[in-house]
Write a protein that binds this ligand. Structure first.
Ligand code: NAP
Length: 310
């Protein structure tokens, strides 16, 4: 079995990747502030800002593949400039240099927020032009990966899914939460993106490793929609009242920082390379519902202390 190191195992993407990988890889995941338990995986604490610790974890496990999901996201970066730099830029550099040292393939998770949102659909060849500190540090993180000499694939994506940690809600889980409580949810009808379910993204990442795809690759849904359309479709798929989803004009106030108006990623290249089907929005959301209905979320959280005692 190949050894896989997943950073950010306590996060939305990392926990699902580690859980799904655990039957196919010898899987070690890292967490930082939030200790979690994941089926058939070993978890270790690792602060990306601690160069020695990052090097030691990678050398000791000597993975064949590293999926680097850990990061500080969104507004938190503007609120903690130093932390965003040490985590998203320096820490990513430590991971990349360590990957090179042990000969691991590095799959680095980047974002659609590295663009300024002027172009409707960004390809892998478009030059990043960020609007905020999150975008800046993710661009610098990509550059650190590219400069490291490691074999890498940088994944630019937008994502949603079920969190392992019970009290931690993704944007989409917050939509469901509000609608279930019969509360209105406001979403921009003039801001566009193509997020993908983390479970489908994880399958794409495993395929990228198996096929040794390198370079930069956009992996997202194959359909673009506004946040408003996304939330309405979500309500419909989950059998909730879609009239509670209200349109609102796009403005920086929505995210607390300047954000790109068009966040969509052109996935033509990925479609040509991958057998993993990149779904349209309704398909992805239907799969998210199916996962809940068939007990996936319960199983994902089964071994986690927070879920057991929370
Ligand atoms: N969520 C989205 O909408 C989205 C969209 C596009 C791209 N992405 C990218 O996808 C990746 C995963 O996002 P996500 O939504 O899964 O994030 P998340 O749920 O916020 O999880 C972030 C993870 O990073 C870890 N982390 C934070 N600071 C750290 C540090 N100093 N040292 C080590 N680990 C640290 C956290 O660990 P603790 O909680 O244990 O501290 C957590 O496991 C990120 O690289 C992000 O840029 C996300």
């Amino acid at each position: 079995m190949d050894r896989l190191l997943v950073t950010g195992g306590s996060g939305l993407l990392g926990s699902n990747v580690a859980y799904l990988a655990s039957t196919r890889f010898d899987t070690l995941f890292t967490y930082n502030a939030h200790q979690v338990n994941i089926r058939n995986c070993t978890g270790v604490k690792m602060d990306l800002g601690d160069r020695e610790r990052v090097g030691a974890v990678v050398r000791e496990f000597s993975p064949h593949i590293i999926i680097h999901t850990a990061a500080i996201l969104g507004k938190q970066c503007d609120e903690n400039l130093g932390l965003a730099q040490t985590t998203n830029v320096d820490g990513t550099g430590y991971i990349a240099v360590s990957a090179k040292e042990v000969g691991a393939k590095l799959i680095h998770i980047s974002t659609d927020w590295i663009f300024d949102g002027k172009k409707e659909l960004n390809t892998e060849d478009d030059e990043p032009n960020y609007l905020n500190e999150y975008g800046r540090t993710k661009v610098k993180g990509e550059e650190a990966v590219q400069a490291s000499g490691a074999s890498y694939c940088i994944i630019r994506t937008s994502l949603y899914g079920w969190n392992l940690r019970v009290g931690k809600l993704s944007y989409q889980e917050r939509v469901l939460d509000s609608l279930k409580k019969n509360e209105e949810f406001y979403a921009p009808d003039d801001q566009f993106y193509n997020p993908i379910l983390v479970n489908i993204l994880a399958e794409a990442l495993f395929e990228i490793y198996a096929k040794d795809i390198t370079g930069i690759l956009n992996v997202a849904s194959s359909e673009v929609c506004s946040r408003y359309q996304f939330c309405r479709t979500m309500a419909e798929v989950f059998g909730l009242n879609s009239d509670l989803v209200r349109p609102v004009g796009f403005s920086p106030a929505y995210f607390g920082i300047p954000a790109p108006k068009h966040q969509s990623l052109d996935v033509s290249k990925a479609k040509g390379l991958l057998e993993t089907k990149l779904p349209v929005i309704r398909e992805g959301l239907s799969e998210m519902k199916r996962l809940r209905d068939t007990g996936y979320v319960t199983r994902l959280r089964r071994e986690d202390k927070e879920a057991l005692h929370g």
